[in-house]
Design a protein around this ligand. Structure first.
Ligand code: NAD
Ligand code: ZN
Length: 360
């Protein structure tokens, strides 16, 4: 049988460096179609009233929409934003700019797709269901780790499932990597989201889908994570390196897959709304039998930075709650296959999953 290789889009333009955010006006100018076609800035509401907002290069009828990242992005939220933008303007915007963490990155990607593709965003959750190009969209991360700035997916919580819009039109047209934007991130969040990157590396490098393409990015990202979380860097170096770790970690999984922690974290996220970074950490700490060296390093990093983790998260859950998490988790077939090989179902039974969830 002939192997069919995937032909992936990459972010075609990226600018990196402290203070690079201030070049945004010049970057957007040639993309402005005319004065009635605005740029819409979707901005994490943690920046409301902060200096960063006054640096956003507003022109003509551009608009800033502040968005809370307290909950992970939902299909319904995307549909509402698209409706609002269509209602506010007579024509399509020149582009969408997302400024925030993975939550805002995914919303910006999804909104830019749904402005040109009809119906609810939930229709496009899955693989390659988007057929019309999105509008121009720019990602500006303010916290490092998810790799959402490079990936070809926009993960959304829908009525039936938590699943990404995976398509060639999802990937950003432009990314601005300004490490200084991550300055205000609270320490615990810095750890949880950074560990998302660390776990991407471990799951990619230990997976059966591994290939030289993924390995080259995964090894670099892992090395950078170790420098950031185990080394002795200056604050500036640490911000710079974590931003590039996130980028390489995202590139690594583009051509492979994530694994056990992500598959189980999706169950926690769906049932309890546990956020991605924390959910991964909650699961990962109990995965020594799958990732012994990764879990050992994780615990050293957690200890070094004195990071607490909630306990008893699953202690009050009913049997049917466990069944829901197990169903969501087991539905992530490519993740399990990557983690454990084609015979994964013989290794990871519902009873096995329940025993791990019960420890959380
Ligand atoms: P987030 O976007 O949910 O933000 C976490 C918290 O940090 C929020 O409270 C936010 O307000 C705050 N924050 C962000 N930047 C800040 C700053 N500079 N100063 C102070 N506070 C700041 O977190 P995340 O971990 O980056 O993203 C998680 C989301 O990313 C999940 O929804 C997950 O599904 C998604 N994700 C997507 C991909 C992808 O490839 N598309 C990959 C991994 C995760
Ligand atoms: Zn992740």
């Amino acid at each position: 049988k002939k192997t069919m290789y995937k032909n992936f889009p990459m972010v075609p333009r990226v600018i990196f460096g402290k203070g690079s955010f201030d070049q945004l006006a010049d970057i957007l100018l040639p993309k402005r179609r005319h004065s009635d076609a605005p740029f819409i800035f979707l901005v994490d509401d943690v920046f409301e009233g902060k200096a960063l907002v006054s640096r956003i290069p507003l022109l003509f009828n551009d608009q800033i929409i502040f968005i809370s990242a307290d909950e992970e992005p939902k299909t319904q939220q995307v549909d509402m934003l698209v409706g609002k933008i269509q209602n506010d303007y007579g024509e399509l915007p020149s582009g969408i700019v997302g400024i925030g963490g993975g939550t805002i990155m995914d919303l910006a990607k999804a909104v830019s797709i749904l402005l040109t593709n009809k119906g609810s965003s939930s229709l496009y959750q899955g693989w390659d269901l988007v057929h019309k190009p999105s509008i121009y969209h720019v990602g500006i991360p303010t916290i490092s780790g998810t790799g959402a700035e490079v990936s070809r997916t926009a993960v959304l919580l829908g009525p039936q499932k938590k699943l990404g819009i995976n398509s060639d039109f999802t990937t950003f047209d432009q990314v601005v990597l300004d490490p200084d934007l991550t300055q205000g991130v609270p320490k615990e969040q810095w750890f949880y989201t950074g560990m998302d990157c660390f776990i991407h590396c471990i799951e990619s490098l230990d997976g059966t889908y591994l290939n030289a393409f993924s390995q080259s990015y995964g090894e670099k990202a892992l090395e950078l994570c170790k420098e950031v979380y185990l080394g002795d860097l200056s604050a500036q170096e640490s911000r710079d390196k974590l931003m590039m770790a996130s980028w390489h970690g995202g590139m690594s999984i583009a051509y492979s897959q994530v694994g056990v922690a992500h598959a189980m974290s999706y169950g926690l996220g769906f049932l309890l709304g546990v956020r991605h970074g924390l959910g991964n950490c909650l699961v990962f700490q109990h995965l020594e039998e799958f990732y012994p060296e990764g879990v050992r390093l994780f615990k050293i990093m957690q200890h070094k930075h004195d990071i607490g983790m909630p306990e008893g998260v699953c202690s009050q859950l009913s049997d049917s709650d466990f069944q829901t998490m197990i169903r969501v988790s087991l539905s992530m077939k490519p993740l399990w296959e990557n983690a454990l090989g084609p015979k994964w179902q013989e290794i990871i039974t519902p009873a096995k999953l329940e025993s791990i969830y019960r420890k959380i």
